[in-house]
Design a protein around this ligand. Structure first.
Ligand SMILES: C[S@@+](CC[C@H](N)C(=O)[O-])C[C@H]1O[C@@H](n2cnc3c(N)ncnc32)[C@H](O)[C@@H]1O
Length: 143
């Protein structure tokens, strides 16, 4: 893929990218989001405990590609002064459980991202390729 700058193996096999594919399959979407949440439940406590003071001074934080909001829920629970925004594709946030001090916002990060004091991205590696190509930077909504 790197040499040809072509589509991912998933796209070559299924004719669409992973996000478009799961958007039309609610059961698979839920399974994927739950798997990400499972990882977040393991990783986020390590971040909170391993990086004390990381979120000090922030009033608001947006998790870009935050899935069903598990990461943001854990972060605002640990840092009760923070207002969290969980930002992901509309079909993902429409299925996200409600949580106190977490607002779920649906959209496309390549168009714009909700404004907040800081943005958090976790496991967005392939998406970051686009970021470094400047697509997110040009569409960034500020903050
Ligand atoms: C690999 S998952 C990571 C989820 C979460 N950050 C975590 O670590 O548990 C990538 C997330 O990015 C979201 N995503 C993909 N394309 C997006 C886009 N254009 N705008 C917003 N979110 C997007 C997906 O729906 C998915 O929830």
């Amino acid at each position: 893929r790197v040499l040809t700058n072509g589509p991912s193996a998933f796209e070559a096999t299924h004719g669409k990218d992973l996000w478009s594919y799961v958007a039309t399959n609610p059961a698979l979407s839920k399974l994927f989001n739950e798997s990400m949440a499972c990882d977040a439940r393991r990783v986020v406590p390590e971040i909170i405990n391993g990086c004390p003071g990381l979120l000090d001074g922030l009033d608001s934080l947006v998790d870009v590609g935050g899935g069903n909001g598990t990461t943001m829920r854990l972060l605002v629970k640990a840092c009760d002064w923070i207002r969290g925004i969980n930002f992901d594709l509309p079909h993902v946030v429409s299925d996200a459980p409600a949580c106190v001090r977490v607002e779920h916002v649906g959209g496309d990060m390549f168009d714009s991202v909700p404004n907040a004091d800081a943005a958090f991205l976790m496991v967005i590696i392939s998406l970051c390729i686009y970021l470094f190509r400047g697509r997110l930077a040009t569409g960034y909504g500020g903050g």
